[in-house]
Design a protein around this ligand. Sequence first.
Ligand SMILES: *Cc1c(COP(=O)(O)O)cnc(C)c1O
Length: 375
Amino acid sequence: MLPYGRQSIDDSDVDSVVRALRSDWLTTGPEVDRFEAAVAERAGVGHAVTATSGTAALHIAYAAAGIEPGDEVVTTPLTFVATAATAALLGARIVFADVDPATGNLDPKAAEAAVTDRTRVVAGVDYAGVPVDAPAFRDLAQRHGLLFLEDAAHSIGSTLDGAPVGSLADLTTYSFFPTKNLTTTEGGAVVTADDDLAARARAFKNHGLVRDRAQQRFPDEGPWHQEVHTFGLNYRLPDVLAALGTSQLARLDDFAARRAQIKAAYDAALSDLDGVDIPVAPAGAAPAWHLYPLRVPAQRRREIFESLRAQGIGVQVNYIPAYWHPVFEDLGYQRGMCPVAEDYYRREISLPMFPGLTDADVECVIEAVRKAVAG
Ligand SMILES: *Cc1c(COP(=O)(O)O)cnc(C)c1O
């Protein structure tokens, strides 16, 4: 079965990991600093805080934003549940707003209509790798005194009007899961230009420990002393995995270029099919395509999906609207709330999209899709 996503690991990646394994530092060492510096540089901002997953990165980002019980977070339903779950765990009420029918990205107007006095964060997701309308969200955030968070689990390597994802929002989170645009096995990061947000993020991922004597309440306790001012967790990405990240990051442009070739090949071969929509990006966006979300007629999605699986194509569906999960249903969230996202979900099938796909694999997928759609 051809998977829908897969890591690309070469000798440079293996060598990098082996070097870290043989070094003095398996965790909390120089490879973490090196990877964080490279991620921050790539994002075009001053701070990168690595974490053990994209989910951890989201949890850290919401904690850094100061999310507390009673706060509201406005976000998209067309995402992996972690975008909402991590804020809910901090006590936030999640308010889902609908998406743009062309891109599947959170619609700034729908998001704005969902803002109340209690909204603290508006969180967009760069669905499939296409950056959200960041200028509109920055403007919204400024006018309402909120923070704009970009869940860029799909979009490291993407740019908007020439600016890298990572430089567009107050807080941006990445995932380095194997299917994503680059991998550290499990892993993630928060990037920000804001010194205070970065300091809070760094504290939360490391138990809230304060080592700087100038900031300690009991600085004369002794040279061993460190103290906790706010609760945190251990979300530290080890050096062994950070070393893989540094090596992968050096390959990101090649990955994105191959993803663009595959996207173009699918587009050329599938855009003429009846009732089928290919993914699009708005002017100014240069996505590193994480997914290839094809849309087929809703009443035939299941049949086409099953035909593709039967033909050995490991397609996926991204995503069930987040509030359809029983955990949200049990809180009273009802179907029908975001009809555009629901329609997008009902029609969506993610085709295989990863740099290791050969031209022959791509041809194979195209033939299988044409056959499945022909019925
Ligand atoms: C993958 C993903 C996450 C979670 O990342 P993990 O590294 O798997 O924890 C969050 N949001 C979106 C949109 C994702 O695709």
